[in-house]
Design a protein around this ligand. Structure first.
Ligand code: SIN
Length: 298
């Protein structure tokens, strides 16, 4: 029996050989995340980027060129895979429907898009693999993006609990988007395509998900979209999911990524959840998001 309360969880710092990268890499926390200097997305070595993502799961590429165009940005996104077009949100760019513009202006008193723990599009049959976010206009302070390392979250469960979850599937439903889109006040972000009923998109995915490239296991549930566990009653599901949500965002499993002008953030949704912190009232924040379609989770 372990007598350690869950909030007291401690982990080992990850050890990554930083010399293997040609760029300057600064880890963000003991769990995950890195700030990277010296890589221009117009001319990036995709294999090096994949190695960075395998090692750190979320990387912020600093010092992007001031003349980077939206065409350059989309061209970069396409080198990462097939870009998804969001089923619910209309793009602000007729020529680039893949780009989702997420904006909250200084006068907004409304909802903060992404302000809950989630993995992008986990309710889809093929949830988001990698997401790319270009900070077009970032607040002077606040508006950071928090991440949780779901490989560490899986590892940090006891063997008995992992055994109970292994082989089970969780139901992920787009209804979790409801609160994001119903609250539309001045300054809130994007247009919603209301012709798509939110309860139509839901899928079962394994709770223990194996990464297609590294083969490593990760916990794959999130607060925003995971609504039940196959074979469990509503009460059982609610209790187990509540525990897993609390467990997976414990401080030792997280990294807080701080925005600066000229930054592009890239993360792997298969092995992380994230949370956009809405603490920048009175300031403008504007992001351009690309979602690279992932595979059916196994
Ligand atoms: C998102 O959840 O996709 C947006 C994250 C952010 O704006 O920091």
């Amino acid at each position: 029996m372990s007598h350690q309360p869950i909030w007291a969880i401690q982990t080992r710092s990850r050890t990554v050989d930083l010399e293997q990268f040609s760029a300057e890499v600064r880890p963000v926390s003991g769990a995950m995340g890195a700030y990277v200097h010296g890589l221009d997305v117009r001319d990036i070595d995709i294999e090096q980027l994949a190695d960075l993502l395998h090692a750190f799961k979320a990387v912020m590429l600093r010092d992007q060129p001031s003349d980077l165009s939206i065409a350059d940005y989309v061209a970069f996104g396409r080198t990462l895979g097939e870009l998804a077009i969001d089923p619910y949100v209309e793009s602000s760019f007729a020529d680039y429907p893949e780009v989702m513009r997420i904006v909250r202006d200084a006068e907004s008193d409304g909802y903060n898009f992404g302000g809950d723990w989630h993995s992008d599009g986990s309710y889809l049959e093929r949830p988001g693999g990698v997401t790319v976010l270009w900070g077009k206009h970032v607040p002077s302070h606040g508006g950071d993006t928090l991440f949780a390392d779901m490989e560490l979250a899986w590892e940090a469960l006891t063997p008995s609990f992992r055994e109970m979850l292994d082989g089970r599937r969780a139901l992920h439903a787009a209804t979790g988007l409801g609160h994001k889109v119903e609250i539309r006040s001045k300054g809130d972000y994007v247009g919603l395509d209301r012709s798509r009923p939110l309860d139509r998109i839901e899928h079962l995915h394994p709770i223990k998900r194996t990464h297609p490239e590294t083969g490593r296991p990760a916990l794959f549930v999130n607060q925003a979209y995971s609504v039940g566990i196959e074979g469990c009653s509503d009460d059982e599901s609610a209790a187990i999911l509540r525990f897993l949500f609390d467990h997976s965002c414990l401080p030792a499993l997280t990294a807080r990524m701080v925005w600066e002008p000229g930054t592009i953030l890239i993360w792997d949704n298969r092995v992380t959840t994230h949370y956009a912190i809405g603490d920048y009232g009175g300031q403008h924040r504007e992001m351009y998001r690309l979602a690279v379609t992932g595979e059916i989770p196994v």
